[in-house]
Design a protein around this ligand. Structure first.
Ligand SMILES: *Cc1c(COP(=O)(O)O)cnc(C)c1O
Length: 218
């Protein structure tokens, strides 16, 4: 096994073990490999090991790396996980299958226009500012019900809620809160969990975990 393949195997085993502990079906959890800053070669190794979902933070970086990889490897799903500027909406709609960082009305409008124009409607996760941190992206908790309504009235399929918990605090209460908000609003998808905390996220209901370091570094 290559080291990329063995890292992938380990992360998948960990996801399966966490799911089993929580009496969940591991097949409900999508592993998005976060390939920001990684080279096309490193990415190709993971693709060869069977990985199909990849996350990128920056549109420009994704636009330079992915078109040739996508040509060679059909069946890849690309996820946009970073803060998205409205002026990049068209490029994003053209490239990404899933957008995890929808967090404001202006971006929703830009994505809707872009989707109509390029003829692709990416699924969207609404990013929630779950720790109510001033500098962080994400919809404020108070604005969430109204914003979810807006997305539901748009032509973009609502995939679920996404959050990045505050860095220095225990993450599990924030994952549990995001899961509670999703239930309250009848939303099924939950994008939460990174290299350091994806097991906890799976136990608390994640349907997508976004894992970079654990897949790309020994
Ligand atoms: C970079 C990043 C990740 C992956 O982080 P790792 O700790 O390397 O697994 C996940 N989600 C978002 C939004 C990121 O920016």
């Amino acid at each position: 096994m290559t080291s990329a393949a063995s890292r992938l195997h380990l992360v998948r085993e960990n996801i399966a073990a966490a799911a089993q502990l929580a009496r969940r079906d591991p097949a409900e959890v999508t592993l998005a490999a976060v390939s920001k800053t990684r080279s096309a070669d490193e990415i190709a190794q993971l693709i060869e090991a069977g990985q199909r979902d990849f996350g990128e933070s920056r549109v420009q970086e994704a636009e330079t790396k992915w078109p040739s990889l996508l040509d060679r490897h059909p069946g890849i799903r690309l996820h946009c996980i970073g803060r998205l500027q409205s002026n990049k909406a068209e490029a994003a709609a053209g490239l990404f299958d899933v957008i995890h960082s929808l967090d404001r009305p202006g971006l929703l409008e830009a994505l809707v226009r872009a989707a109509e124009k390029v003829g692709r409607h990416p699924q969207v996760f609404v990013q929630v500012n779950i720790g109510e941190e001033e500098q962080k992206g994400g919809v404020a908790l108070a604005d969430l019900p109204g914003f979810i309504d807006r997305v539901r009235r748009s032509p973009l399929p609502l995939a679920g809620l996404m959050a990045i918990p505050p860095q220095s605090l225990e993450v599990s209460p924030f994952f549990a809160l995001l899961a509670k908000l999703a239930r309250r609003h009848g939303v099924s998808g939950l994008s939460m969990g990174m290299s350091g905390d994806y097991r906890a996220a799976v136990m608390l209901g994640a349907t997508v975990v976004r894992v970079g370091t654990a897949l790309f570094e020994d």
